[in-house]
Design a protein around this ligand. Sequence first.
Ligand code: SAM
Ligand code: SF4
Length: 326
Amino acid sequence: MLKDNFGRAHDYLRISLTDVCNFRCQYCIPDENTSFMPSSRLMTVDEIDAIAREFVKLGVNKIRLTGGEPLVRKDFAEIVLALSKFPVELTLTTNGLRTNEFIDVFKKAGIKSINVSLDTLDKEQFFTITKRNVFEKVWNNIQQLIDEGFHVKVNTVVMRDFNDSEILDFIEWTKKQPVHVRFIEFMPFDKNQWNTQKVFSYQEIIDVAATKYSFLRMKDGATETAKKFKPLGHEGTFAVISTMSAPFCGNCNRMRLTADGKMKNCLFSKGEADILTALRNSEDIVPIIKQCVASKAEALGGQFQGDYKKIDATKIDNRSMINIGG
Ligand code: SAM
Ligand code: SF4
């Protein structure tokens, strides 16, 4: 089992398959980021398989595929089927544009739960955020995933004066459908125009929800990032991921692998361990993985702590979200 210096066991790996995306979400891709990594820098199917194997031997029992958009990788099916042989809970986070093409692959790989990102229920707002006019397609794909029996979580980044007015509409959606909306506080990454004013906090989200709905707090899992709520009489649930106003680093079990094979021990870590180069040089990657976990900071990559309203985003040293893999 991989343990850091604070006694936290790490058994959850998030693998970014690519930094390419078919959307242009303003909070994720820096405006000037128009070039993507050359494919020679990306992990191949066999390299992902080999690296994942070592993590599984070290105790990983959950793997999430992400990106960029994981479903734009031409060999996505090959990758997910290769990973499905490991004794792990396999899942993915996607923007939902192409899930209809992979329903059979998801089932064959044993995927039960899928996170789909959707920040608005309004077609025009959808275009404003993603720069793509495909709201209906994503909506229909979410409906298809629900109909096909997948556990669907919807990731919604809440930004003040942009989509905070839709919080109640998202919760209303959970009334008739078993959909699990997760409101995410807006986080700062390289050049993503973050500022404290745009953060719509956990408490504010709960206050808005309480203006219309009665809900119960659900029990947290041991390593849960989301504070979950069950509106009375609803089929689904909602939750808040309060990274900024109430971080949950104390029980963190997550590690990340970027699409170019660099390991990050935290979403906000400055440091990266070059697993892919070591693998390509036929070195043993296990000591590198262990050292990376051991060097994990107590909270938020050691980059900020305390009141998020005092954060100076220009002082945070990190990749953009699309380059890390969300
Ligand atoms: N393309 C896929 C998608 O959109 O679901 C997977 C990658 S995306 C980087 C993963 C998640 O990160 C999405 O739910 C997205 O909304 C979230 N995300 C990206 N930038 C963020 C930010 N600045 N603050 C909070 N969440 C962010
Ligand atoms: Fe693409 Fe997902 Fe980032 Fe949007 S949030 S730009 S869909 S990677």
